[in-house]
Design a protein around this ligand. Sequence first.
Ligand code: PA5
Length: 464
Amino acid sequence: MPLRLDFTNMMAGPLPHGAGLTASEWAAGATHFAAAHAAVMARHAAGTLGFVDLPSDHATRDALLTAAHAHKGAVTDVLLLGIGGSALGPIALRSALRRPHWNELDATRRDGWPRLHVLDNVDPVTIEATLERLPLTSTLVLVISKSGGTVETMAQYLIVRAALEAAVGAEQARARLMFVTDPEVGALRAVARAEGITTFDIPANVGGRFSVLSPVGLLPAALIGVDIGGVLEGAAAMAARCATPVLADNPAGVFATLQWLADTRHGAHVHVLMPYADALRDIAAWFVQLWAESLGKIRPDGTSVGPTPLPALGATDQHAQVQLFMEGPADKTVVFLAVAGKEALGPIPARHAERPELGYLGGHTLGRLLDIERQATAGALAARGRLNATITLPAVDAPSVGALLYLLELATAYAGELYAVNAFDQPGVELGKQFAYAMLGRAGSEAARAEWDALPRPDPRHQV
Ligand code: PA5
């Protein structure tokens, strides 16, 4: 069974209270989608949309597998330094495609593959604690940055390299470093060239949040034994399904068009992604960056647009956020991620037949309970006219995860066209970066310093 997207509960007719997308909105959406599809194809033909080519890059896949097998047994730990797209994709792949609690398992249960630690922030307490705990003499350090100059990653690199050199000496430390960065530009590339550090390329036309299927995601995944060939096969299969401009046949197109129509025609500005599988929880976190940073933009006409993505986890968030989804403002869509084939897992023993709260559970399984809870939540939302859809994965395996990641990436590219924004830049984060550079005294940030100095200072009358 291929990955399936069921959007019955997004449509007027099935939904009560006059909610849902009407047939005429959907028909108009199909026309808008055909134009969006053509625009994405044109971007690809112009060579600016590199993520589309990643599923068929078999040469890179083979080089990554060779590197992974060379390190298997030679290192116990991989430490990844990166932030944003350079960390969220690797974390999502580890959670989805390795056993739960991977880093706590012994080497036998990890089949000899290393642990993977990701430092995706510059909180000194975390970094110090990680370095204290890691066996640096058997650790491989990956520094991942598309730009090769992101302040957080560069600061981590300087600290970790010094610690590595203190542990194994300068020469060994060089051999224990690997970079993943742009083929030409950036400080990391320059350091790699000067010092001969092993480096894998992020194609110039692949941006940070669209890089999970490049060495950004696939190198750390391969190093811990993930079937990266399977991930790419799944992505390629999804790419083939999405070749068509016919909306009804294009899963990424359906996802993008549903969300765009719900937002712009029905006020559903908040887009919840809610997996019913712990393994997929970090894919929801990865999606938040993809959707938010790609679509939250000022359009050429000066209007601000952009839906707000929100991660949730079933069944956990039934006891935290679902009350809001049911009875709070009707400004949300909820897309559930379901996983087929778990019905037999986690048998629940029969006991306390005399207690109504316990007796009925015996003979069921946790897999069935989790899936029934998902169906019940989707049905309850639909009964109250709350828009929701379900993506069902045949399993949490490499091809399904590859297909899902690619679907969401391509949907984001389509959504950029539907919202009429450039999904591939992030000008809104620039001013904060410049202010930080100015305060840190980076050369070239004098104009930002002047703007920073002109800002209002904290006012004691407005402090408590
Ligand atoms: O999507 C993006 O481009 C950004 O969110 C980046 O992933 C993030 O800023 C990290 O950038 P870099 O990989 O250049 O260090």
